[in-house]
Design a protein around this ligand. Structure first.
Ligand SMILES: [Zn+2]
Length: 485
């Protein structure tokens, strides 16, 4: 049971600082740049890469070498003016960020969780980036504000799931969505996954304004002032004006997988840290359940799926058939390489065998990440950026599949699939085999299971008022503190 402890509103004004959604953990006051959740841009836009503060690569993308920043360290009242050098992992899989202190020119290193906030000092920031910032945050802000402040109509509920909508939302639609969620949950529980304790599914089927966020699943529980309850939220939003997507069972299942993965594993788990893998398993689990590789058929365009994991196509992009073409800028596109391989595994192994190995594969990915990082550290060139990072992740995935195929004769078809993929994508077969053989040290001291103790009990809502080209933007932060009993 959660109680709202306090509620405060902070208003900040800043001079052209880069903006971010801010999430505060009450105990250690960690402030993190977070995107709205999973899939906030899944079905409509390519943007918001600031998804996980714990990822070194996020720092690498957000922070440009040689650019000047202010860093605010926890328990320190002074801002440090620094230039960014690099972000890296240490031996405990923590993220270290190196800066040069502009005051004395010395190198300083912080762990990511020691940092309270980072601000950009940019006189020469490109205009495009400013425009992006101003546009993207209000999307997040308006969606968050709705979740917290809108008095939704309760349509239907069953045990831990409630479905809410607007005044005009049809009850039967709510009932359908509820039933589909329950059926999918049962199936996923049968595969060994865990569903969230409480869920609120919001149907936004009568948009007054076009919805740019699209459907999404929130990573942390969100409070609503009318119900006074904090719940995991799935927002079944239209894509701009198109409301077909709300009725789409594969999109619902996809969003539900995000919530299920974040309830089964903690935020340190590889599956919850890699956006591309998260999306791939969301697509694949939905496709596996519905026996249909087409995700979001008719949702955007009639007769076209948002993604087809058997063909590796997305509705707005060409076929993803070369790993070098993977830009890293769209993790949904990247995910097609992974989900496609899972789908092909399903075709050769059959439905039952695939159901048996889905969770073990995710567990391998989580547990063996450590030895793979060791391997990278020893044998691979310095990870330069997002694209190289994804290629490393993908090779790690192939190594995991190969390991499974090697250890269990009933899964030997996986070895052939890996060989095919290596050939097709012109990857280094020897490297992947070496990597596969090196996957012998699970992180025994670290559990990736979800623990409610570490769950974020609090959410902070951000509203932004700004005008493109104007110097001053106002940040309205609504902080909701929630104590658990
Ligand atoms: Zn998604």
């Amino acid at each position: 049971m959660y109680f709202m402890k306090s509620f405060l509103i902070v208003i900040l004004f800043s001079l052209m600082s880069s903006c971010s959604t801010i999430i505060i953990n009450k105990k250690n006051r960690t402030i993190a740049s977070k995107a709205l959740g999973n899939c906030e841009d899944a079905f409509s836009r390519d943007k918001i890469e600031k998804s996980n503060i714990e990822e070194a690569r996020v720092y690498s993308w957000l922070l440009k070498p040689e650019s000047i920043y202010t860093v605010h360290i926890k328990n320190d009242s002074f801002l440090k003016k620094v230039t960014f050098l690099e972000a890296r992992y240490n031996n405990n899989d923590e993220i270290l960020i190196d800066f040069t202190d502009l005051k004395d020119g010395k190198k300083i290193t912080y762990k990511s969780h020691e940092i309270f906030s980072i601000g950009k000092i940019g006189k020469n920031e490109k205009k495009l980036r400013k425009v992006n910032n101003v546009i993207s945050l209000p999307i997040v802000a308006s969606e968050m504000s709705k979740i917290v402040f809108k008095p939704y109509k309760k349509l239907v509920s069953h045990k831990s799931i409630e479905v809410v909508g607007g005044v005009l939302t049809n009850k039967a639609l709510g009932g359908n969505i509820l039933n589909n969620t329950i059926k999918f949950d049962d199936s996923m529980e049968g595969l060994g996954f865990i569903k969230p304790e409480s869920t609120r599914i919001i149907i936004n089927d009568k948009p007054i304004l076009p919805n740019i966020a699209g459907p999404f699943s929130l990573k942390f529980p969100a409070y609503n002032v009318w119900t006074r309850e904090s719940k995991k939220v799935i927002a079944m939003n239209p894509i701009f004006w198109k409301t077909n997507v709300i009725r789409n069972e594969s999109v619902l299942a996809h969003e539900r997988v995000h919530a299920i993965l974040h309830r089964t594993y903690n935020s340190q788990a590889f599956i919850n840290r890699s956006s591309a893998f998260q999306e791939a398993f969301a697509d694949f689990s939905a496709a596996h359940f519905l026996n249909d590789p087409q995700i979001g058929m008719d949702a955007q365009k009639p007769g076209v799926a948002i993604r087809d994991i058997s063909k590796r196509t997305s509705s707005n992009k060409k076929t993803i058939d070369k790993i070098t073409k993977v830009s890293g800028s769209s993790y949904h596109d990247d995910s097609l390489l992974i989900s496609n391989l899972l789908w092909r595994a399903r075709e050769v192994l059959g439905v039952e065998k695939t159901s048996e190995i889905l969770r073990p594969i995710i567990e391998d990915l989580n547990n063996y990440r450590w030895s793979s990082l060791n391997y990278e550290l020893l044998y691979l060139p310095k990870v330069e950026g997002k694209r190289q990072r994804f290629i490393n992740d993908f090779e790690f995935f192939l190594a995991v599949l190969q390991k499974r195929g090697r250890e269990d004769s009933s899964l030997s078809a996986l070895k052939d699939l890996v060989d095919d993929s290596v050939k097709e994508l012109s990857l280094d077969a020897q490297k992947i085999q070496n990597l596969s053989l090196s996957l012998i040290t699970p992180l025994t001291h670290q559990s990736f299971e979800f623990s409610s103790k570490n769950e974020m009990k609090q959410s902070i809502m951000v509203g932004v008022y700004g005008t493109v080209g104007l110097v001053v933007k106002g940040y309205f932060l609504y902080e909701v503190l929630i104590d658990d009993d």
